[in-house]
Every structure is written in C-alpha cells, then in structure tokens.
Ligand binder design. Structure first.
Ligand SMILES: Nc1ncnc2c1ncn2[C@@H]1O[C@H](COP(=O)(O)OP(=O)(O)OP(=O)(O)O)[C@@H](O)[C@H]1O
Ligand SMILES: [Mg+2]
Length: 251
C-alpha cells in the first residue's frame, strides 16, 4: 500500500540544545504510542546520539540484568523502528530512497550542530518540517537566530526544496530564570513570523536518563510520560497533522 510520507528533521547550529533528545523521544512516540511506521536517520557526522542510543538499546535487550526493560519491550508488542546511520552528505539520497519505498508514515532526521554549509542546505531541502530547539541563553540565541535566517534565505519554500515550515521550541527552561532574555527573544521571533510551539520543555534531570526518556525501543516512561516533553510531542503531532494509526491502536 502506498503512503504519503512526511519527513521531520531536528536541527540547529547550537550544540547540546536538545535536537537528539527530542528526535529520539518523538520517533519512539510516533512508533510505539501512535503505531505509525517510522524510520529514523542519524545524519549527524560527529555525535551519532540516535545511532548510539539504538546500539545501547539493542545491547540492553540482550543483557540479563535488564529483565524489567525486556519485559516492558515484549509486553508492548510493537515492531522496532529502523535506524539508519548516515553522514550528512549521504542522508539526502537515503531520505529520497526511504520516501520512494512508500512504506513509511514518518521519516525522522537527527542532524548535527557542526555541519558543512553546502551539505547542510542539500539535506535541509529534503526535509518537510524542521524543528529547532532554542535555549534562553545568549550564545544559543545568536547561533540559532543566524541559522533561522539562513534557512529562510536559502531553503524555506524555495524551488527544489521540500522545506515547508520551520518551528521553534524552547528547551531547558528553568522557572523564573533568564526571564528577560526569554521574553525579548520570544517577542522578536514571534514578530519575525516564526512558529513557536506553546509547550516549553523544562530543564529536567530525568530527560537525561535512558530508562525514562532516551529510548529507541520504548516510549517515555514514568512521570516523564506526563511531562512537558510529552505535551510538546502531542502539540507537534497535531500541528503537523500527523494522525495515529487507528487500525492498529484500536486492535
Ligand atoms: N530539557 C532538558 N533538561 C535536562 N537536560 C536536557 C534537556 N534537553 C536536553 N538535555 C540534555 O542535554 C544534553 C544535550 O542534548 P542533546 O544531545 O539532545 O542535544 P543536541 O542538540 O542533539 O546536541 P548535538 O548538537 O551535540 O548533537 C544531553 O545530555 C541531554 O540529556
Ligand atoms: Mg544531537
């Protein structure tokens, strides 16, 4: 059966701002909560966070000390989504090939903070929607504002580019901290017409824990399943008009 595949990428030139964290959790949410056919492409040339996470997850499934996790995995009865380890130069062709199979609902692309500009523009042009994490911190705002301008000038809604929309979400928010810098930046981005998700991702230690959030084989666990990250993922899904696979969810 042929499908219309959408490609969602996580990008931004500021390192460590949360691209891979959300890419991993979002891919798992789509695959294991919404029962969609997902494939993930790690197009980061250096960190490979998504690819290494899958590697750790597969090892954990064979580790006798991880019985709890293995039981959860077996009980959910879900097919594990594919992860491709790719460089930024190879990724555009890989994404095209995956799309042309017409078997996937969503292709998730995790990209690197350090990326060659020419290669990056070809990669971003293969993605339908790009999501950029922002932190209320001067260096991050500077790097990602330049990145937004670059996308707007060169790829967004240009000929030969699939990129339809760019979205921002706020990450690592601490209550009452850096309020002024956040309000100023928010207003500037909003006035410039950028789309900003309503759900802010709070700074939360548990987002760093593999058992609750960083998993390519299970959806968010424990209190994290009710966290702002979970709400943000629902908002992204609704905004991009991604629908759950009803056939499988009802069964
Ligand atoms: N909201 C958050 N609260 C606490 N820690 C977070 C949060 N978001 C991300 N982190 C942590 O910050 C670190 C960097 O996150 P992540 O790897 O997702 O960033 P990245 O943008 O993919 O970085 P890179 O550019 O190096 O690929 C990780 O240790 C992650 O667990
Ligand atoms: Mg990363």
């Amino acid at each position: 059966m042929s499908k219309k595949t959408i490609t969602v990428g996580f990008a931004g030139l500021k390192g460590g701002c949360g691209k891979s964290t959300l890419a991993i959790s979002f891919a798992s949410y789509l695959a294991y909560v919404l029962d969609l056919k997902v494939v993930a492409v790690d197009a980061d040339d250096y960190q490979k966070s998504l690819f290494y996470q899958r590697d750790r997850d597969i090892k954990a499934l064979a580790d006798p000390s991880q019985i709890k996790l293995q039981k959860k995995f077996v009980r959910q009865e879900k097919e594990i989504f594919e992860v491709h380890n790719s460089g930024s130069v190879q990724a555009p062709k890989l994404i095209q090939d995956l799309r042309n199979t017409e078997i996937y609902d969503v292709i998730i692309v995790d990209t690197g903070g350090k990326i060659d500009q020419a290669a990056s523009l070809i990669l971003y042009a293969e993605i339908d929607f790009i999501i950029i994490p922002f932190e209320a911190e001067a260096k991050s705002l500077d790097a990602n504002s330049k990145f937004l301008a670059l996308l707007k000038e060169t790829v967004l809604r240009k000929a030969n580019s699939r990129l339809q929309e760019v979205f921002i979400f706020w990450n690592k928010m601490r209550p009452n901290e850096k309020k002024e810098i956040f309000v100023q930046a928010y207003q500037a981005l909003y006035q410039a017409g950028y789309k900003i998700f309503d759900n802010l991702m709070e700074y939360k230690k548990s987002y760093q824990e593999e058992e609750v959030s960083q998993s390519t084989i299970l959806p968010l666990q424990g209190s994290t399943a009710q966290s702002n990250m979970a709400k943000l993922m629902v908002e992204i899904t609704n905004t991009l008009n991604i629908k759950a696979n009803k056939q499988k969810s009802v069964a």
